[in-house]
Design a protein around this ligand. Structure first.
Ligand code: CA
Ligand code: CA
Length: 435
């Protein structure tokens, strides 16, 4: 089936202007638009009068005698070049809509089954007003091909039912805010897939988005990601990052609630070659047990501040797995690496491959076979472990090939595990432990 493609008309849609009914002088016309106060529903604004183009601006602009319904179904394009275009009928019909110029799109209340394609040498803003964009279970919703250094803004929208492509695919810098993504399906990044430059997400909700590979909700490639004030519930990807997958970039997470997301690597977040700083992030449970990093797996530095992780589980690092792991005023409680009949499970709560620094944090009610709370497997030669004001408590599960306690330190020599009981190759004092 060929998609319906509508190209943006370059000419301004001039509203038909009715002949003013008022006898000159009989009624005042304060805004000079030709309509007196008897017919002009806003005589302070010359763009508002009978016969004006109804635009998505949250007010009645054409002074219709029909009951005005919050601009329901009205979609307006405001071109950077001054063009104003009415897309209401195109959105009502649906299909694929291609826009190739800069500007802002306002989408008023309604549910629209549509695929928006932006191919823009510049930037666009897509702004919803209680509007839902649907993929109808069969197509992506917004495909935005921008350029570097020109920020695109997506806000106030609900994305639902995308399939066969991310709900929002964006190439170029983007800010996504005040939006909701639910029930979207894609190979990677079912809600948002972003490449190049930066992606910032603010005040958004992601629920029940599933990817076939990585990034159940968000996948970011070779760029930095900042997420603030967001909720992620039951997003899943079998391989990497139940909620978020980042390949090559720095990740900043602040004020997040993450519940029951699931993946083999990083049940909630996976960062491959990058770093992650999480502050005031709450993680609760997971959709299914993971292989590595029940909540987070970061192949780089991982810092948690004022955060909590409970009820997560993975074979390696029940809560987190990273290279240099720092825990500050955080509570990691009730996490586990389950007993395994094959290779022993390691790090009931934490698995780290360079350093582990703990400050004023709880790592309690943990379970695991080798390092019931933490497993540190390092080739660093300096101080590899510090613990100040931290509580460590875990249960050693049976069946491991070596005996180990709460904390297991081992040397990483040619990437080979040297299974040693707690601390045997390290000297520890008040300042920390080192080889
Ligand atoms: Ca007037
Ligand atoms: Ca209006």
């Amino acid at each position: 089936m060929l998609p319906l493609t509508l190209l943006l008309a370059c000419s301004t849609s001039e509203p038909e202007v009715e002949v003013a009914s008022s006898e000159p002088g009989s009624y005042e016309d304060l805004d000079g638009d030709g309509y007196g106060t008897d017919r002009d529903c806003d005589d302070t604004d010359p763009t508002v009068h009978p016969g004006a183009l109804e635009v998505c601006d949250g007010r009645r602009t054409n002074c219709s005698s029909l009951e005005w319904d919050d601009d329901k179904g009205v979609v307006t394009w405001w071109g950077e070049d001054g063009t104003v275009y009415d897309y209401s009928s195109a959105f009502a019909v649906g299909g694929t809509l291609l826009i190739e110029s800069e500007g802002e799109l306002d989408i008023c209340p309604g549910t629209y089954d549509i695929e928006l394609q932006f191919d823009v040498f510049g930037s666009v803003t897509v702004r919803g007003h209680d509007a839902t964009l649907s993929g109808g279970g069969s197509h992506p919703i917004i495909v935005l091909d921008g350029i570097p250094d020109r920020l695109n803004v997506i806000e106030g929208l609900r994305f639902e039912g995308a399939s066969g492509g991310s709900a929002l695919w964006v190439d170029g810098p983007a800010l996504v805010r005040d939006s909701t993504f639910v029930h979207n399906r894609a190979h990677q990044g079912a809600a948002i897939h972003a490449t190049s430059d930066t992606l910032t997400v603010e005040n958004c909700t992601f629920e029940d988005n599933h990817a076939e590979f990585g990034g159940g909700a968000i996948r970011v490639l070779d760029q930095d990601l900042t997420v603030t004030d967001a909720t992620f519930i039951n997003n899943q990807a079998p391989d990497f990052g139940g909620a978020i997958q980042v390949q090559g970039g720095a990740v900043e997470l602040t004020d997040l609630l993450m519940v029951d997301n699931g993946s083999a690597n990083g049940g909630h977040v996976y960062v491959g070659i990058g770093s992650m700083h999480a502050e005031r992030v709450t993680v609760q449970g997971q959709a299914f047990p993971g292989d590595m990093g029940g909540a987070f797996r970061v192949d780089g530095d991982l810092t948690l501040v004022d955060s909590s992780i409970t009820g997560t589980e993975a074979h390696v690092g029940g809560a987190v797995a990273g290279e240099a792991v720092a825990l500050i005023r955080s509570a990691l409680v009730d996490n586990r690496s389950p007993a395994s009949a094959g290779s022993s499970s390691v790090g009931g709560t934490v698995y780290a491959t360079r350093t582990l620094d703990c400050e004023d944090s709880q790592l309690t009610n943990s379970e695991g076979q080798v390092g019931s709370v933490a497993y540190l497997h390092t080739s660093d030669t300096g101080t590899v472990l510090t613990s100040v004001g931290c509580e460590w408590e875990g249960t050693v599960l049976p069946g491991a090939s070596v005996a180990s306690g709460t904390l297991h330190l081992s040397l990483n020599d040619e990437n080979t595990f040297i299974e040693e009981p707690t601390g045997s190759d390290f000297s520890c004092d008040e300042s920390g432990c080192r080889p």
